[in-house]
Design a protein around this ligand. Structure first.
Ligand code: BGC
Ligand code: BGC
Length: 859
């Protein structure tokens, strides 16, 4: 990966004239690659500026805070620092402990009901609030606050306006629009009684293989810096005006720091940037957002030069708080403190001492963490002054937000105004954002805009799929498992085209696979990435549909019939789509437009008299790669992307692209490489689970059992290189492999090399019932099993001689054909049966086929 080096970059001086001082020092400072604890604050001060927040310290508030603090018990103080999740606490826990805040994680809803109404959200807010100010038990009477991931609108709530993800907003490059979007988000959040939003994400994304690329506005700090200020103002209001007034929420700049610059784009990975780069590239969103008065900063999961930020005192305390002058609070990310060296989620004095003020501690870990912090203060491991500092910051923000004076959630001004959720004026702004986010990459012979008075075929599996066009963080965490009807009053891309074409007297045919009875004049094909969030979206290279080019086949089939093709590409990042570009006459990067899919038609089609004619204005805020392995960013030395930063055609521009882009992938085929899943033990990143009905346990010893199943290790060639499963037929049981870090794996290279899921097996009993081998891109319980496929191997097994080892193989293509996305595999192997069997298994692996065309024999 290439990083920005100050000396060669003139743009830096233009973009940040005030910060030139930092740059002059860069040569000295970039030599501090191995940052040690001996770094002194003066050294830091040359890099990190003293920032002037628009929000000034108010003496009256400081006095009040000190007054409250003086009367708090240690328990009450520590409770302010604990942020549990709604699935893991009750109202009674809130009453007893008086937590300073709580959150709903991705896919967590009041009453565990995805279809909770805005009123249900307000009720939960009200009950939590009332419990928090009830000090009849040991808790304090300090109002709690609720934080939520409203990262593209109030995306957890059914019916909310869902804006394009940040990558699309970056292409729009319109700070005023972004401020308005944040203001609307604040409004919809306030309707549900929530006080605090975990946005904006100001990651400057340097490697698009990262699964959170779409949460970033740009690969370059310039847009990120100005947007961060706009979002903060839109959410919180402006200092000296309506700052944290009764229509505003607290904003959070995240994730501090360097989340977008981890090695290989690895989510939660290690950022190796020199300190100067950390500032110039990755900190610019903090410069913008903190100046605008952001009251909260979220620590990042990633490490900086090998050390997790959650435990990094230098970055959190010396740089952010002391040097940059941040006087709000630092909240941790989802059990992120548990990843600090020497910590677990239940215990981490290091993070308190590093300067973390609020611990986001979902799951049952909140209780031991709370108890441990109290003990550690009593034993002197954590100074009381550190606790007092944390609580002072939390109370300061609560005061600034008026939480002590505001009525309870149910009586707040916007609360329960359910007509504001997904209100038409909000959607109109979202439609504007969609229009401005679209980037035109190709327009051969000025094909666009299309006349609406013709017969238009609309194909592709994203054409009428609101979940797919919305991406991750849409109702559910991963954005999967949703139906169009879950998005109340939203519109698909197809519905907008249909409406406009009907109005104009033309005709549309919706056909996912592109088949038709009457030949159309033109086809619009809407296709792209399936939704994902966080590490689940990490990929090995940027090739689109590697090894499984279904959409290319669709484009080519239409092209072969002489139909002009407009490609609308849904994605969370630029991907290598040379072949798809060649197969299309026009190509639009549509990113993840959200709930207002119909706005895409405003740009693709010629306006009828009653409509304004819009043109493309979006420009790439990310460079577009010319090969699957090109990791390229603006201002890199040797900058030769396919489409540079800032690229984007308008209707009148002549398109210079021919249909002859190289389609040769730069990724080596995994010809002879076997990928092991089980070889004597589960191979990294997989771990093995035994399950029976809803119960799952990790395999930790050589013999384990659950209801209806006994697992034990057995020997094939060497000791314990295999395992035996004996089932009684009384439950649905088996084994499965899941990713230890919870993420999905990209197996598309294996798919492309025609690999087969192969395992060596021996039966020691008759096989009288079905035995299913399943591959899945969801972990059980996450969502509906929409991308899993199972094959029954009963027949193969029954034929094999008793007591002898043999191989069973199922081509990966069999799984792909049944809907498993091989670039996002959560469970590569599951064996399940409800029958009584005695089976031994050895070596589970993916074996590439050397033959070009594999004859497909799916069981
Ligand atoms: C994400 C954060 C988010 C938090 C709470 C984490 O997994 O990294 O961005 O705010 O969850 O949902
Ligand atoms: C998931 C977490 C994730 C979080 C983000 C939860 O539902 O289980 O792993 O970090 O959502 O909010």
């Amino acid at each position: 990966m290439k990083y920005f080096k100050c000396k060669t970059k003139k743009w830096f001086f233009m973009a940040f004239p005030l910060l030139i001082v930092g740059c002059v020092q860069s040569n000295v400072i970039s030599s501090i690659n191995e940052r040690s604890d001996s770094i002194d604050i003066n050294q830091a001060s040359k890099i990190w500026p003293k920032l002037k927040s628009d929000v000034k310290k108010d003496n009256e508030i400081e006095l009040k805070v000190a007054g409250i603090l003086a009367h708090m018990t240690l328990q009450q103080k520590v409770a302010q620092m604990i942020q549990p999740e709604i699935r893991d606490i009750t109202i009674e826990d809130m009453r007893k402990y008086g937590f300073g805040s709580y959150l709903n994680g991705g896919g967590a809803f009041p009453n565990n009901n995805k279809h909770s109404t805005p009123t249900d959200w307000v009720l939960l807010a009200e009950n939590m609030y009332q419990a928090s100010i009830d000090d009849s038990l040991d808790g304090s009477n300090i109002p709690t606050m609720w934080g939520t991931d409203a990262v593209h609108g109030h995306n957890n709530v059914i019916g909310a306006t869902i804006f394009p993800h940040n990558i699309g907003l970056g292409a729009a490059n319109n700070p005023e629009l972004i401020e308005r979007i944040a203001e609307i988000t604040a409004t919809e959040v306030m309707v549900t009684g929530i006080d605090w939003v975990f946005a904006p994400t100001v990651a400057v994304v340097r490697d698009d293989r990262w699964g959170r690329t779409y949460e970033g506005y740009s690969e370059d700090p310039e847009i990120v810096r100005s947007y961060s200020a706009s979002v903060v103002k839109g959410l919180q209001g402006q200092a000296n005006k309506d700052f944290l007034g009764d229509k505003r929420v607290i904003g959070t700049i995240k994730h501090f720091i360097g989340d977008g610059g981890t090695q290989d784009g690895d989510d939660q990975g290690d950022n190796l940037a020199a300190e100067q780069e950390l500032f110039t590239i990755h900190a610019q969103g903090y410069v913008g957002g903190l100046t605008a008065g952001a009251q909260s900063v979220m620590a990042s999961f990633n490490s900086w030069q090998g050390e997790k930020v959650h435990g990094n005192k230098y970055l959190i305390t010396d740089v952010l708080k002391n040097r940059m002058g941040f006087d709000g609070f630092v909240v941790g990310d989802w059990n992120g403190h548990g990843q600090v060296k020497g910590c677990i989620k239940e215990n981490c004095a290091q993070a308190v001492n590093a300067g973390l003020d609020i611990f986001m501690v979902p799951t049952e870990a909140w209780k031991p963490l709370y108890e441990n912090i109290i003990v550690q203060v009593k034993q002197g491991e954590i100074p009381l002054s550190r606790i007092d500092d944390a609580v002072t910051r939390i109370l300061r923000v609560k005061m600034r937000a008026g939480l002590f004076e505001k009525p309870s959630p149910i009586d707040r001004i916007l609360s329960g105004e359910t007509v504001l959720i997904g209100a038409e004026p909000h959607r109109e702004i979202a439609r504007q954002a969609v229009r401005e986010s679209l980037v035109l990459l190709k327009n051969k012979g000025h094909l666009l805009p299309l006349s609406a008075q013709q017969h238009i075929l609309v194909a592709g599996d994203a054409a009428d799929n609101i979940g797919k066009q919305s991406g991750g963080w849409s109702i559910t965490w991963q954005g999967t498992g949703n139906k169009n009807t879950d998005f109340l009053n939203a519109s698909s891309i197809y519905s907008g085209i249909e409406q406009r074409v009907n109005d104009a007297g033309g005709e549309t045919t919706l056909s996912v696979d592109g088949s038709y009875t009457k030949k159309p004049d033109v086809a619009i094909v809407v296709f792209g990435e399936e939704p994902y969030a966080e590490g689940h979206g990490d990929i090995g290279n940027l090739e689109y549909q590697r090894g499984n080019k279904k959409d290319l086949a669709l484009l080519n089939s239409l092209k072969a019939k002489g139909i002009p093709v407009v490609a609308v590409f849904i994605s969370g990042r630029p991907l290598w789509v040379n072949a798809e570009l060649n197969a299309s006459d026009a190509f639009v990067a549509a990113w993840l437009p959200g709930s207002e899919g119909k706005a895409v038609a405003d740009i693709l089609l010629k306006a009828q008299s009653k409509h304004v004619q819009h043109d493309f204005t979006g420009k790439l805020s990310f460079s577009w790669p010319k090969s699957p392995t090109q990791i390229v960013n603006r201002f890199d030395d040797d900058y030769q992307p396919l489409f540079p930063y800032g690229y984007g055609l308008t209707y009148k521009d002549d398109d210079t692209l021919l249909d002859d882009l190289s389609e040769k992938s730069s990724v080596a085929l995994k010809q002879n490489q076997i990928t092991d899943i089980f070889l004597g033990k589960a191979i990294e990143p997989w771990e093995m689970l035994l399950f029976s009905q809803q119960h799952e346990v990790e395999i930790e010893s050589s013999s384990q059992s659950l209801s209806g199943i006994l697992y034990r290790t057995v020997d094939k060639q060497i000791q314990e290189d295999s395992f035996r499963l004996q089932t009684t037929g009384t439950a649905s049981t088996g084994v499965k492999f899941v990713n230890t870090n919870g993420f999905r794996e990209d197996l598309s290279a294996e798919l492309e090399s025609n690999a087969a899921l192969t395992f060596t097996v021996k039966r020691d009993s008759d096989v009288n019932s079905p035995i299913y081998i399943t591959m899945n891109c969801e972990t059980i319980g996450d969502t509906q099993a929409s991308c899993q496929a199972s094959y029954n191997i009963q027949a193969q097994l029954a034929e094999a001689p008793l007591g002898e080892w043999h191989n069973v193989s199922i081509s990966l293509r069999c799984f792909a054909d049944k809907g498993v996305q091989l670039n996002q595999v959560a469970v590569p192997f599951e064996l399940r049966t409800s029958g009584a069997i005695n089976l031994s298994i050895n070596h589970i692996r993916l074996v590439p086929s050397k033959t070009e065309s594999l004859s497909l024999n799916c069981p």
